[in-house]
Design a protein around this ligand. Structure first.
Ligand code: F6R
Length: 608
């Protein structure tokens, strides 16, 4: 999704802007641009395509300035062309970068055209800069103009604004899209994600909804949604810089797949010291779990799949009913909310527009609490929920979610165990599962050792156009996650089915050109799954199975079997995800796709 970087200092800030944009590349984008102010003039450079192209163009033009804004654009209104790229300008002096969507841009545009403004792009953003121009022409200063224009804009957005006439301030607005202010020494910055600014600062202020910030070289003033000057807390970034470097790995995705043992270790840290530790999982609020009679989970994409697994666990282990729904559907329909329902949102980024909107819309008095299971402590989702369970995966840069998913599963299993305990489930059973959970990092390492074998296997998929993924029980969402990973990074069409549904339709698709991947841990559904696999075999389908020795499935049965470590039942969804991640990674690399930034996708989906 779009990225914003801005800086104001005594030195040339072009390098800070370009470096910041490069660090936001993982979010997904299709054009980039920047505008800097030097000696009373505004210089703008934009390019369709990658930031590297923008950097070359900025170098060639020797673009320099001590105040500037920059942007990576993920096209929503209008094609990914140079003329649609940000910053957008009105006249020669005023420039704006914008994340999000202005829903009423059409009527504003018509009014501005009637007022004599000429539009040079198809974007919704351009209305903002002309509205600001109009307010400045009426005698406002830059801050007054922004404060006057913001109430006219409907939608969710974040803005960065500079004017060559006011070289000593950079104005930033947060209204529905995330924006942070970075604090330096004699210079300050803005960005849509703190990762963009880590080379220059580790001190951040997270703007809140409706905040307008006036960022100067020597200080920052924030005005809240009511127009009152406020002080916001300064946060120190607590990660390491290495987390956001690729290191020895060819792609962030591969690095993040291999980081999973350490990430899971962090998720579990201090949370699995026997059943008593479950009583503190949500701090003082853990007691509330005793009153929970129903759980509503809301999420998107991969996080939704984690929620689907949690539903099996919750009903099985805690005996609490649970519904799971994708946020984009949930937010637009009426629901019957049973009394004493706990609302659980799941999100890696904590900034996904649909998930946030669903949270904000979940106002029924029957919700007794709203819990965010999230990877980013400073995110909107965490800040707007009463409770948070942090997954501690560390920054995830690859667009395809990997370590975020497995750590979500581990955190959700802890939540389920805490709920089960609050509902009187025996400590002995919970203690056994917690003991098993200690093995998670080492079992993950064992699964990662299959990398070489999966690399070999991947060759069979490279030329295919479709793939079917099968699973039963908790492995059905795992199959869905495997299919999502394959389609998003290799562009091979992939579908997941609960294996029992095969004969109700999809079996018609099975032939030698349709590889079928099945996740088959040795659980109570294994025998049933075996029958489903025979149905595939009988139709000439190529079957690839991930199963342990005890499943007694072998290549001799006409399948290609990859032998997994023996895994305790409740950990199987976490461990069986690993080979599916590796499979999609290797297939994508062999097909030569852009693994970390697949086409048309964005890491943090901050628009509807
Ligand atoms: C797929 C993927 C997406 C995200 C989805 C939700 O690999 O990453 O499907 O899971 O966009 O994002 P979060 O979890 O940040 O809310």
């Amino acid at each position: 999704m779009c990225g914003i970087v801005g800086a104001i200092g005594e030195r040339n800030v072009t390098g800070i802007l370009i470096t910041g944009l490069k660090r936001l590349e993982y979010r997904g984008y299709d054009s980039a641009g920047l505008a800097v102010v030097a000696e009373g003039l505004l210089h703008r450079v934009r390019r369709a395509g990658k930031v590297a192209g923008l950097e070359m163009a900025a170098d060639e033009a020797a673009t320099q300035g001590t105040l500037g804004i920059a942007h990576t654009r993920w096209a929503t209104h209008g094609k990914p062309t140079e003329t649609n790229a940000h910053p957008h300008m009105s006249g020669d002096d005023l420039a704006v970068v914008h994340n999000g969507i202005i829903e009423n841009y059409q009527s504003l545009r018509e009014q501005l055209i009637a007022d004599g403004y000429r539009f040079t792009s198809e974007t919704d953003t351009e209305v903002i800069v002309h509205l600001l121009h109009q307010a400045l022409a009426a005698g406002r200063d830059l801050l007054q103009a922004v404060s006057e224009v913001v109430p006219k804009l409907h939608g969710a957005y974040a803005l960065g604004v500079v004017s060559a006439d006011e070289p000593d301030r950079l104005i930033a607005v947060r209204s529905g899209s995330p924006l942070v202010v970075g604090l330096g020494i004699g210079e300050n910055y803005i960005a849509s994600d703190q990762l963009a600014l880590l080379p220059v600062t580790t001190r951040f202020i997270f703007l809140q909804e409706g905040d307008v910030a006036e960022v100067r070289r020597d200080g920052v003033q924030i005005i809240d949604a009511k127009g009152v000057a406020v002080e916001r807390k300064v946060h120190e970034f607590d990660g390491t810089h290495e987390d956001v470097e690729k290191g020895e790995y060819r792609h962030f995705m591969l690095k993040e797949i291999f980081e999973q043992p350490a990430a899971l270790q962090r998720t579990l840290e201090g949370r699995i010291n026997g059943p008593e530790s479950l009583a503190h999982l949500l701090g003082e609020r853990t007691e509330l779990l005793q009153r929970v009679r129903n759980v509503q989970i809301i999420a998107c994409g991969t996080s939704y799949h984690a929620g689907m697994v949690a539903r099996y666990w919750l009903e099985d282990l805690a005996g609490v009913s649970c519904q799971v729904e994708v946020a984009s559907e949930f937010r637009y329909r009426q629901h019957v909310v049973p009394e004493n329902t706990l609302l659980v949102t799941i999100s890696q980024s904590g900034e996904t527009a649909d998930t946030l909107a669903a949270l904000r819309g979940a106002t029924s008095a029957h919700y007794i609490g709203r819990l965010a299971v999230c990877n980013v402590d400073s995110s909107s989702l965490v800040r707007e929920s009463e409770m948070a369970l942090l997954t501690r995966a560390g920054p995830e840069i690859g667009v395809a979610s990997t370590k975020a998913f497995t750590t979500q599963l581990a955190a959700l299993l802890l939540l389920v165990l805490a709920t089960a305990r609050a509902h009187g489930v025996r400590d002995e059973l919970l203690a056994d599962i917690l003991t098993d959970m200690r093995q998670l990092p080492s079992l993950t390492e064992q699964a990662l050792r299959l990398d070489g074998a999966i690399h070999e296997l991947s060759k069979d998929f490279v030329e295919k156009h479709h793939t079917l993924f099968l699973g039963r029980g908790t492995q059905y969402p795992v199959a869905m996650e495997g299919a999502l990973k394959l389609k998003e990074i290799s562009y091979i069409h992939a579908e997941a089915y609960p294996a029992g549904e095969l004969k109700h339709g999809p079996l018609a698709l099975v032939d030698k050109d349709m590889p079928v991947v099945a996740v088959a841990p040795n659980d109570e559904l294994l025998e049933k799954l075996k029958s489903n696999l025979q149905e595939v075999r009988a139709r000439g389908g190529e079957l690839y199975l991930f199963a342990d020795h005890h499943a007694e499935l072998s290549d001799a049965d006409g399948f290609t079997v990859l032998t997994m470590p023996k895994v305790p039942e409740y950990l199987a969804p976490i461990i069986y995800t690993i080979p599916l991640q590796l499979l999609s990674y290797h297939v994508a690399v062999m097909r030569g796709t852009d693994v970390d930034q697949p086409r048309n996708l964005a890491k943090s989906v901050t628009v509807e």
